[in-house]
Design a protein around this ligand. Sequence first.
Ligand code: NZQ
Ligand code: ZN
Length: 385
Amino acid sequence: MNNFVYRNPTELIFGRGQLSVLEAKAKQLGSTVLLVYGGGSIKRSGLYDKVVSQLQAAECRVIELSGVEPNPRLNTVKKGIELCRQEGVEWILAVGGGSVIDAAKAVAVGVPYEGDVWDFYTRKAVAESALPLGTVLTLAATGSEMNRGSVITNWETQEKFGGTCTFPTFSILDPENTFTVPRDQTIYGICDIMSHVFEQYFSHTTEIPLQTRFAESIMKTVIENAERVLENPEDYDARANILYCGTMALNGTLPVGVDTDWATHSIEHAVSAVYDIPHGGGLAIIFPQWMRYVYRENVARFVRFAVEVWNVDPAGKTDDEVALAGIEATAAFFARIGAPTRLADYKIGDDQLEVMAQKATPFGPIGRFKPLGSEDVAEILRMSL
Ligand code: NZQ
Ligand code: ZN
């Protein structure tokens, strides 16, 4: 196991009716708030009214940044930063999915920073201060509610990069707020959660039994609840379990002491930067291909994955066969829940393949399980067509 430091300051407030704590939180954080949300799902579900009435009860002045796009854009972030500066905003409340939270994080670190907020994404600067940020999560997927990552798209340069920004001060997760997530977004969320675990599970670090079993527990819990939630989108317990898995998959629990990978996320971000496809959909397509491309680097790890997560029976099979059966089971699971399986499902052909491969590797080779250069990425994309 590697050395590590583990710190996560986000207060996670989980369960039915937990929005009621918002008034008290608002009183602590300041009288002018920037309310950040997306394209209107929170208005349709009635959550917007509930949030605003809590903020009003706390006598907060509410400034709004609405219309945050899925795959949030730099221009929207800059608009939010301007609003905060003009209106003397003291804290930010993000109500939505990962895109809304990521945009809010970018605004939070952008306000006190004199340079261009994009510097935090191009690794030119490290965020040192931020406005306080609270979140009300409405979609189980990214883990952004309890980590300091933020992924923003610069549409002008067709770049989609992750930056290290700021942890939310608190996040309110009521599974009922995810009842209205459409079927496709629920599927993408499930694929994203599974992918986050894969990125941290496929590692060469040895003697990490606890991290390994944590990861396997999350994967098994997602698999057990995926079809339940798709059959009945208002199954509270299934939604709750998926939601909690989403947080635990990317809140810093799994990577402690472990060399993690993250190549597939870089590849997906490059695809999204060019074609603006849903993140989880892209991952569902690319991950099984990444697995096929790299599994020989550590067959034993893939054998364990097949046996523990997918119940592959190793009797009478070679290690290679067991490993491949686990990869097939992964692809079959994504297909069974209705995720896309080919880039062609998004009408993506091979014309921008090299461009995407370059965009996936802007700072050199990616991934640690098998470091991938742009030619490797191009091959994985070709396998995904
Ligand atoms: O915009 P609204 O109207 O709110 O609708 C959204 C959006 O259209 C809708 N939605 C969300 N909650 C809903 C709902 N519709 C009905 N009922 C609800 N309760 O779902 C659509 C997708 O939302 P989005 O926030 O884009 O989804 P997600 O949470 O999957 O976030 C994806 C973004 O996060 C980034 C991705 O790259 C992508 O940009 N990621 C962020 C990470 C992080 N910060 O740690 C890590 C991830 O790996 C990921 O890269
Ligand atoms: Zn992801």
